[in-house]
Design a protein around this ligand. Structure first.
Ligand code: GLN
Length: 249
């Protein structure tokens, strides 16, 4: 078995080392004897989008999100929508997650028309939502808890019939109002959780890997890994966030 991974816009969307998620996916595949390759697709570059099984898009600041708009609308938008409708897996973080929606209106009133691949939109607010946070994945994504770090001014609202990735246990998530976090649409996993979220949330990483393998090879059963340190990291951070003893200093 083999997975082809495409890292979209690595040169502009990589806040907090979001790319660590790709390393985590690769390593967990390797530990199971499954090979993978990573192709970086930058502004101005084209590729055959039917070649990839798993796409990764990181987060960025408003400026970077605006910078790539022209490139996105040179045809990549159409190809991304087709890949999503074809059931290919996408992990999208923060700004990359906002890109999946119809638009993002910044706090300054600049409107960025995005992909419209998922029925959601984002509006910039006056205050930022910054902190460590925690959410529980929906049953269709495995139901486990996820610990992460969010930093966004955008408030994301999901259309009717679109499911969130999970439910906020502590923190703000999509908008700080409705208790939703991220989105799960087909095999698109969108989240506000920055930095390498996957190493300390191995259940989420395996869920993402499983969806890509299942699409390519039919049902995918992943061999369990020991995950001693991963679980320790998750549990320690979970306890601290939930008890309010995790400092951002
Ligand atoms: N620019 C977006 C916001 O602030 C995304 C931020 C990010 O990716 N960290 O809402």
């Amino acid at each position: 078995m083999e997975l082809s991974i495409c890292h979209l816009y690595p040169e502009v969307l990589n806040l907090y080392g979001d790319r660590g998620n790709i390393q985590c996916i690769k390593r967990r595949l390797e530990w199971r004897g499954i090979s993978s390759s990573v192709t970086e697709l930058k502004i101005g570059e084209q590729a055959d989008f039917t070649r990839f099984d798993l796409y990764f898009i990181g987060g960025g600041q408003d400026f970077e999100q605006e910078v790539l708009l022209d490139d996105l609308h040179t045809g990549k938008d159409r190809e991304i929508r087709a890949a999503i409708n074809d059931g290919r897996t996408f992990l999208c973080i923060c700004g990359g997650y906002q890109m999946m929606g119809t638009y993002y209106e910044t706090g300054e009133g600049v409107r960025c028309d995005y992909l419209g691949a998922v029925d959601l939109y984002t509006v910039g607010g006056k205050t930022r939502m910054i902190d460590n946070y925690c959410f529980r994945l929906g049953q269709e994504s495995g139901g486990s808890t996820v610990v992460g770090f969010e930093n966004h001014s955008g408030r994301t609202y999901l259309g009717k019939g679109v499911k969130p990735l999970g439910t906020v246990l502590k923190g703000c998530g999509n908008n700080g109002e409705d208790g939703t976090e991220g989105v799960r649409f087909k095999n698109v996993y969108g989240t506000y959780s920055h930095g390498p979220v996957l190493p300390k949330n191995p259940a989420l990483c395996d869920e993402i890997i499983r969806s890509a393998l299942a699409r390519k090879y039919g049902a995918a059963i992943l061999e369990p890994l020991p995950d001693r340190f991963e679980k320790q990291a998750h549990d320690l951070v979970y306890e601290r966030i939930m008890s309010g003893t995790m400092s951002t200093d």
